[in-house]
Design a protein around this ligand. Structure first.
Ligand code: S3P
Length: 172
């Protein structure tokens, strides 16, 4: 079984994914890190040097590569992955995949991204004032895709352990 975590930037996909994988004793894969390793450069550099369209094509390609592997793992997607290139349909077409949307409200995302956005090209150059409006609009557009995940878990004000347990309980 492959467990796929999706959601907006800073919704905790990687942190939760790592803990969940450790609990399930299966490998953890972060799609952004996988892309960085395969391409030999950071996401930031890929955006700068090749542009977003190149990144989205690679993201689609590497996602399919991972889904076609005959292995179990927890996979954390990038925030935009489900929203491009028919990726959410690709994900949902696999019977051995459980998709989980880690749903965070705007306030949670703004608070987190205010502190941690330098390596996220889409928001790195926004001021704190611009961030709320950007996230509100962006999340509204993206929710259409995120909500196509087979499972939705709200994460605001929940501990990491509770979220991991909640995902774990979906598996039994
Ligand atoms: C993106 C999110 C990032 C990364 C890239 C684009 C997005 O991943 O894939 O910067 O479009 O939301 P995280 O959600 O892990 O920050």
């Amino acid at each position: 079984m492959k467990i796929i975590l999706l959601g907006y930037m800073a919704s905790g996909k990687s942190t939760i994914g790592k803990q969940l994988a450790a609990k399930l004793l299966i490998p953890f894969v972060d799609l952004d890190n996988y892309i960085e390793e395969c391409e030999g450069k950071s996401i930031k550099k890929i955006f700068e040097e090749e542009g977003e369209i190149y990144f989205r094509n690679k993201e689609h390609e590497y996602l399919k590569e991972l889904l076609n592997k005959n292995e179990d793992f927890v996979l954390s997607l990038g925030g935009g992955t489900p929203c491009y290139a028919g990726n959410i349909d690709v994900i949902n077409s696999y019977t051995n995949v459980i998709s989980v949307y880690l749903k965070a409200n705007i306030r949670t995302l703004v608070n987190r991204l205010e502190l941690d956005r330098v390596n996220r090209p889409l928001v790195a150059s926004l001021t704190n004032e611009q961030l709320t409006e950007y996230i509100a609009k962006h999340l509204f557009e993206r929710q259409f895709y995120y909500n196509q995940a087979k499972n939705v878990i709200t994460i605001d004000s929940k501990s990491m352990e509770d979220i991991v347990d909640e995902i774990n309980s979906l598996l039994s």
